[in-house]
Structure formats: structure tokens, C-alpha cells
Design a protein around this ligand. Structure first.
Ligand code: NZQ
Ligand code: ZN
Length: 390
């Protein structure tokens, strides 16, 4: 039976080539002090930093900078940002970058005025947010995580070797997000394709669970087809605006609660990748791809009809009179062929894993699962397959 749901999304999206023009108007809704949060320099290389600073100055804002937010942002960085927020009485955190910068900004927002230890309260115990939060807004430069229109904040605690994801309620979403597909033109192919697999994985995590006839599954199939189509174009021609635009909007939709409504979901691949990331610091989408292929081959018999549907509706594989197992496996093979065509890395050694790490990753992975709940031993087998992948 389809599940009940409440859906709320308060993020205003400004999408397109001139989207940045809306920043001036939006800034009028917030106080004088803006924290400009960004990564390690890509926004300066593409000229976006200068444009944003000039608008902030034009609007008379005091700028507090938080620089050097790293991929797989650390709790240490969240703490540094939270201190800056308190010291400067920041009114708005403007995150300019990819998912890591936006996730870190949300982490800072809930941590700055938290009494007690925010890590334990928010990322270990998933407690509700009951302290003052600082509004967050974003200017997106990498399509993949969907952080620009959701409450997700994935933070790595280096000391504990834990990468923990948390989806905060919609009040913690960015208030507004500026999405100009041209900002993604400068992405290295490695990051482009990592983001592409990430958005696909968000959809598959929702898709591979449940038996009911749910609108969401049809939406997911359509989005996956659009992503696969645009990905092939963007990989060949990085400056194709249409493909970049489709990928950017697909990714925003893909990791939005709307794509999980009314159905059970899986999320085991993400749980394994998070621990892989905690140990290797690999690019999120690459880790997901490496884990997904052996994971789906391990569980497909438990969700056979959905895997057959995946093969036929997403990859266009004809059913004819073949056995269901054969069709289902052909769908997973098609996913693997696509991954390889895009140049996505699926070998764990290439992603920085060592053999000694595999049991540590397996044993620290949170067990979720859709069609099948794995044991830690089965997760280790999946990691071993990914370690030997070619
Ligand atoms: O540090 P900078 O200079 O910004 O460089 C970044 C970084 O090195 C670079 N980059 C970003 N935009 C660029 C660019 N380089 C050139 N041109 C551009 N336009 O790309 C590198 C990776 O950036 P990052 O923000 O780490 O990538 P992504 O957007 O994939 O974010 C990954 C993080 O988000 C989490 C992941 O676990 C990971 O920590 N996730 C967040 C989710 C959410 N909020 O809902 C859900 C996801 O499943 C995911 O877990
Ligand atoms: Zn993801």
C-alpha cells in the first residue's frame, strides 16, 4: 500500500544564465553580515568569486569569509565556521560551490548556537534542531548532491572515522539557490562524472525498494533516462548548455524528498560509500559506482520484478521470452557499460582503498537495505568484488 506523506519545500530556485541577478534582491531580506563560504579556489578561477563579492559590496554587506571547505567536509571545518558565525553575528551563510560547501554551511547553521556537542546531538543521535539557526543560501557549481534544495548535510568526523549523513527538516534547506548551468562548465571530467553517478544513485536508492505501483517510480525512470542521455552529451562536449542544464535540474530533483515519496527506500549503497569515504576520502559518486555494481548483482533476485523493470524502462532492453533473471542482469550490465563509457572509476584500489581497510569499512557500515538486508560479512564480499573490479 502506498505510504502517507507530507511534502514541504521552501527553497526558492533561480535557474538559468542570468540567475545571479536575483542575488541583489534576495540579499535585501537578510541582515548586514554575510558569511561567504567556499572551497579551495575553483570559484576564484572561474571568476564567480569576484562577481559575488562585488554584489555583496554593492549591497553594503560586511563579508566574513570561510575558505578551504574540503570535499567530504569535516566536523572540524563545521566547528571553525560555527565559531566565525558567533564571533561576527552572521545573518546569512552564502555557500558557493558543490555539495561539500553547501553541506558544511548547513552544518555550521545548526551548530553555531547549539548548546552541548553538535556532532553527537545532530549527526550521531539525529535529535531535532531546537536552537537558533542561521539562514543558508547557495550558488551551485557542481551538479550531483541535490544539497541546493534539500536539508541534507553529510559531515565526516576524522577522529572517529565516521561519515554521517543527516537530512534536516525543510526549515534547514537553503532559503534560495542560484543555479546557472554555465558554472559547471569548468568542472574536471572526473568531478562531472562523479556527480552524474551520484544523482543516478539517489534515484536508484529510492527505486530499488517496494512492490507497489507508485508514481515516484515512473518519475525516477524518466529522470534516469534524461540523465543518461544528457551525460553522454556532456562528457563529449563539456560546454553543451542544454545537457548541463538538464543534468543540473535532474540532480536537484533526484536528491529531493519528492523522489522518495510514498514508497520505502534502500540507501544501503550510500551507507557503504559513506564509510568508504571516511577511510579513503574518495569522490562520493565514484565510491557509489564502485559499490553499486556488486551490490545490485548481490540483491537483484530479491527484487526481481523491479530489476526487470529497470532493464526495460530505463535501458530499453527488450523482454522477449527471456527468463527474468537474464533480463534483470542485462539491466545491471547496461549500467556497468554506461559507467565505463563515462570513465567513472569502479576499482576501490584506484579510489585509495587498501585491503586492510575493507573489513573496517564493512564493519562500520550502517545496515539499511531495501529488497534485502545484508550482513556485515556480505558487505565485505561486495567491497572485495569492488576491490577486484576491472
Ligand atoms: O574546493 P573547490 O575549489 O570548490 O573544488 C571542488 C572540489 O575539489 C570542485 N569543484 C566544484 N565545482 C567546480 C569545481 N571545480 C571546477 N569547477 C567547478 N565548477 O569539485 C570538487 C568536489 O566538490 P564537492 O563539493 O566535494 O563535490 P560534490 O558536490 O559531489 O559533494 C560531495 C559531498 O556531498 C555529500 C557527499 O557525501 C560529499 O561529502 N552528499 C550530500 C548530499 C546532500 N546534501 O543531500 C547527498 C549526497 O548523497 C552526498 O552524500
Ligand atoms: Zn549521494
Amino acid at each position: 500500500m502506498n505510504l502517507d506523506f507530507i511534502y514541504k519545500n521552501p527553497t526558492t530556485i533561480y535557474f538559468g544564465r542570468d540567475a545571479l541577478n536575483n542575488l541583489r534582491t534576495e540579499l535585501g531580506n537578510y541582515g548586514d553580515t554575510v558569511m561567504l563560504a567556499y572551497g579551495k579556489g575553483s570559484i576564484k578561477n572561474m571568476g564567480l568569486y569576484d562577481q559575488v563579492v562585488s554584489i555583496l559590496k554593492e549591497c553594503g554587506k560586511n563579508i566574513v569569509e570561510l575558505t578551504g571547505i574540503m570535499p567530504n567536509p569535516t566536523y572540524e571545518k563545521v566547528t571553525e565556521g560555527a565559531k566565525l558565525v558567533r564571533e561576527n553575528d552572521v545573518d546569512l551563510i552564502l555557500a558557493v560551490g558543490g555539495g561539500s560547501v553547501i553541506d558544511c554551511a548547513k552544518g555550521i547553521s545548526v551548530s553555531a548556537y547549539c548548546e552541548g556537542d553538535p556532532w553527537t546531538k545532530y549527526w550521531l543521535q539525529f535529535q531535532p534542531v531546537d536552537n537558533k539557526i542561521v539562514p543558508v543560501a547557495s550558488i551551485l557549481t557542481l551538479a550531483g548532491t541535490g544539497s541546493e534544495m534539500n536539508g541534507g548535510s553529510v559531515i565526516t568526523n576524522d577522529d572517529m572515522k565516521l561519515k554521517m549523513g543527516r537530512v534536516f527538516p525543510a526549515e534547514m534547506n537553503p532559503k534560495f539557490s542560484i543555479l546557472n548551468p554555465e558554472y559547471t562548465f569548468s568542472l574536471p571530467t572526473y568531478q562531472l562524472v562523479s556527480g552524474i553517478f551520484d544523482m543516478m544513485s539517489h534515484l536508484m536508492e529510492s527505486y530499488f525498494s517496494g512492490e507497489d505501483d507508485v508514481t515516484t517510480d515512473y518519475l525516477i525512470e524518466g529522470l534516469l533516462r534524461s540523465i543518461i542521455h544528457s551525460a553522454k552529451i556532456a562528457v563529449k562536449d563539456p560546454k553543451d548548455y542544454e545537457a548541463r542544464s538538464n543534468l543540473m535540474w535532474s540532480s536537484t530533483l533526484a536528491m529531493n524528498p519528492i523522489m522518495g515519496l510514498s514508497k520505502p527506500q534502500d540507501w544501503q549503497v550510500h551507507m557503504i560509500e559513506h564509510q568508504l569515504g571516511a577511510y579513503t576520502d574518495c569522490a562520493h559518486g565514484m565510491g557509489l559506482a564502485a559499490v553499486s555494481l556488486p551490490y545490485y548483482r548481490a540483491i537483484y533476485k530479491n527484487g526481481l520484478d523491479k530489476f526487470v523493470r529497470f532493464a526495460t524502462q530505463v535501458w530499453g532492453i527488450e523482454e522477449r521470452d527471456k527468463p527474468k533473471e537474464e533480463i534483470a542482469l542485462a539491466g545491471i550490465d547496461a549500467l556497468e557499460a554506461f559507467v565505463k563509457e563515462c570513465g567513472i572509476v569502479i576499482n576501490l584500489k584506484e579510489l585509495g582503498a587498501t585491503e586492510e581497510m575493507l573489513p573496517l569499512v564493512a564493519n562500520s557500515t550502517v545496515i539499511l537495505g531495501g529488497y534485502k538486508k545484508l550482513t556485515h560479512e556480505e558487505i565485505l564480499d561486495i567491497l572485495k568484488s569492488a576491490y577486484a573490479a576491472e
